[in-house]
Design a protein around this ligand. Sequence first.
Ligand SMILES: NC(=O)c1ccc[n+]([C@@H]2O[C@H](COP(=O)([O-])OP(=O)(O)OC[C@H]3O[C@@H](n4cnc5c(N)ncnc54)[C@H](OP(=O)(O)O)[C@@H]3O)[C@@H](O)[C@H]2O)c1
Length: 354
Amino acid sequence: MPKIISDFMLHARELAVRGHGFVEPNPMVGCVLVNDQNKIVGTGYHEKCGEAHAEINALNAAGPLAKGATAYVTLEPCNHQGKTGPCAQALIDAGISKVVIGCADPNLEAAGGGTYLATNGVEVVYIDDELCKTILAPFLHRIRTGFPWVICKWAQTADGYIETPEGEDPWISCEGSQQLVHEERGRVDAIIVGIGTVVADNPSLTVRNAEAHRTPLRVIVDPTLRLPHNSTVLDGEVPTLIAHGKNVDKTAFTNYPVSFLELPEVDGSLDLRPLLTHLVNKYDATNVIVEGGKTLFEHIFNQQLANELWIFTSQRTIGNENLKNMTQLFNAWDCILENKQPCGNDLVCRYHVK
Ligand SMILES: NC(=O)c1ccc[n+]([C@@H]2O[C@H](COP(=O)([O-])OP(=O)(O)OC[C@H]3O[C@@H](n4cnc5c(N)ncnc54)[C@H](OP(=O)(O)O)[C@@H]3O)[C@@H](O)[C@H]2O)c1
């Protein structure tokens, strides 16, 4: 791909990710309009679900300068009347001469924009850009599988432990890392944990000290309903769902503000796939974050449901073989490192699961 194309597409991609947490279940999309002197005349991105698409914001920014320009857009322009009008027609009406598309739209309802543009005299180029596909991955995954994008996140010591000995400082990651997690919580649709973690840590599973673009649903996987009645997740502060097994007695929980979902069994454990489908169908979820513990991660691994691993590694070591360690499980995951950055004294790595 010529560098000039990849530079404009990169710019469009950087714009697109600004919509993360605001646009879902829509895709994140960015658009850059460039004139025949290779000067940018307008930019835009999809800022919020239900509001104008990236192309419309870019056309509005360019005004009359859009005439004859090339549009670089991360996703194929839509061709349907949804909450907003079709972008393909708007590009034609504005006199755009060429559209470079980072990724074709697999959503049958909205697709066909490229063909419509081409049949109306606009030059259309698909570049099948890997970076565009990366930012669209949760959206594409949801369309293709009916499951949300599953991010498994944990904090571990330098020697792989996710638990600390009783009586010692329970925090593994630094404050900066915890801040990053809260920011991410404010962009996802659900936070899922196993009952072991609720019993051990009594977490709130809410977004704190960070902007919440959306309120994630709390999900507890609790096969036999052994959730203690004094658990913070029963406080009603945010919507909460308990996924349980067959033949549980829910009467003791009647007065608590929680919902329930019964899951079938597969190979002796709860099948988590109907839970993921339920999160898409009932809660319109696109991204969910699984925050442990190790047993739940093992089930996610066995059922091949993880899309991304997000690991915070501190410099602390523990070396106690009786505690839960993630090294072996992590090594079994077939994944590639996407991003690695320091955060305070921690190292933060994101892996894409193949
Ligand atoms: N460092 C970190 O990032 C981090 C994060 C989370 C937790 N932790 C630590 O990890 C420890 C808890 O880990 P854990 O492994 O004991 O607990 P867990 O994974 O939170 O919960 C395990 C329990 O959840 C239920 N469960 C989850 N998925 C299931 C499935 N698909 N099928 C059937 N049952 C399922 C089972 O409940 P039943 O036993 O009732 O059958 C299982 O024993 C705590 O010490 C906590 O502090 C650390």
